[in-house]
Design a protein around this ligand. Structure first.
Ligand code: ADE
Length: 252
């Protein structure tokens, strides 16, 4: 059973690529896919591209062309939940598209045709991914240390919001988070792809799970924090977490 490992940016993927064995490079729809073995597990590594449409195209290709059995997203996100700090790790239980609004025809944030505002991730795969992250944090031995953090990284499990906008203002983050929280949807983090992949995977009934390292607080310094984190830290997190996940998936 092949697992697709999706990353948004090359910098997030580079550590995984460096460890890929028997790597085979394939190009479809202008996207590069790498098929091979990672820690004894069959994988396809792919870049989602940026934003919901690019990510949906990549996810569909992974399912239709590569016949992957599951998709796991590893990337970064802006932390908007209380206590979600730079360097923390968020595992998504479900997703919301914060820029979807077909009201008053449909409930705000609901993607018409789907059961609810929240697009759920796969429960079993998410539990395995959370275990993998937890194991990494317990045995971190300083591996996750970096200049952007001021406390040991923590794991948060919950709702993540995606939309076609990089959030780089505390006011915008507040305006996004507050009505969602008031409607019973407290968001931990924001990014730009996960909900689209969740939606495609629901269409195909394919297991999906996502882990995001918090690179910034989606506030007025996000545009500085994000690239620095991406360059210096993101790949290290992804490498460790994916290794732990592959080992778990191979042993099941
Ligand atoms: N990914 C990482 N940080 C983000 C932010 N602040 N907004 C949207 N996507 C992000």
């Amino acid at each position: 059973m092949t697992t697709a490992i999706l990353s948004a940016l090359p910098e997030e993927q580079s550590g995984l690529l460096a460890r890929l064995e028997q790597g085979q490079r394939l190009v479809h729809a202008g996207r590069v896919f790498w098929r091979g073995n990672l820690h004894g597990h069959g994988v396809v590594l792919a870049l989602s591209g940026i934003g919901k449409v690019a990510a949906a195209t990549t996810a569909t290709l992974l399912i239709e062309r590569f016949r992957v059995a599951r998709i796991v997203f590893t990337g970064v996100a802006g932390g908007v939940g209380e206590g979600v700090s730079v360097g923390d790790i968020v595992v998504a239980q479900d997703y919301v598209q914060h820029d979807m609004d077909a009201s008053p025809l449909f409930d705000r944030w609901l993607v018409p045709g789907y059961a609810g505002v929240r697009l759920p991730c796969d429960t079993a795969l998410t539990a395995t991914l959370s275990e993998a992250v937890n194991d990494c944090l317990v045995s971190a031995n300083g591996h996750f240390d970096h200049e952007f953090m001021n406390a040991a990284p923590r794991l948060h499990l919950g709702l993540v919001a995606s939309g076609d906008r990089f959030i780089s203002s505390a006011d915008v983050a507040h305006a996004l988070r507050t009505p969602l929280a008031a409607a019973g949807h407290p968001v931990l983090a924001v990014e730009m792809e996960g909900a689209a992949v969740a939606q495609v995977c629901l269409d195909y009934r394919l297991p999906f799970a996502a882990v995001r390292t918090v690179s910034d607080r989606a506030d007025d310094s996000a545009h500085v924090d994000f690239p620095a984190f991406i360059q210096k830290v993101a790949s290290r997190y992804a490498e460790r977490i994916v290794q732990a996940l592959c080992e778990k998936l191979s042993n099941r």
